[in-house]
Structures are given as structure tokens and as C-alpha cells.
Design a protein. Structure first.
Length: 78
């Protein structure tokens, strides 16, 4: 590779790592008790919904074993 002969016009980019700002960002505002309770309630509702759908859906997805086979009335000739 050959080097460029002309100077780089954006030399300040190389010095950007050294730059430090003297402006501090504002402190984060603390959440109120109501906001935290709302977040907990929302999270609990989502988890309860997932667990409930798992509990309801698991028996539906399971395959019947030999002792649990059910026959409809149409298959029995009624």
C-alpha cells in the first residue's frame, strides 16, 4: 500500500478521542411509586398470561396414550 502525499483535511477527527466535554448530562429522574407499581403489575400480567397459555395449551398438544384413546359416536356406529 502506498501512503497519501497530501495532508488529511480532517485532522480533527483523529483528535476526537482526546476531547472531553465539561458538560455533564442531567441526572435521571427517579420513577415514582405509582410508576414502579405499574411496571411490576404489567410484568406480572404478561408472565401470568404466558404461564396460563402454557398450562391450557399443554394438554392440547400432548398425544393420547393407548389407555386414553377416545372414539367418537360416529366411529362406533351409533
Amino acid at each position: 500500500m502506498f501512503r497519501r502525499r497530501e495532508p488529511v483535511p480532517f485532522a480533527f477527527v483523529a483528535e476526537a478521542d482526546k476531547f472531553r466535554s465539561n458538560v455533564t448530562p442531567p441526572a435521571r429522574e427517579r420513577a415514582s411509586v405509582g410508576q414502579m407499581a405499574g411496571r411490576w403489575l404489567l410484568g406480572l400480567t404478561i408472565v401470568a398470561g404466558l404461564v396460563g397459555s402454557l398450562v391450557i395449551g399443554t394438554p392440547t398438544l400432548s398425544t393420547p396414550t393407548a389407555g386414553q384413546t377416545q372414539q367418537s359416536q360416529a366411529s362406533q356406529g351409533h
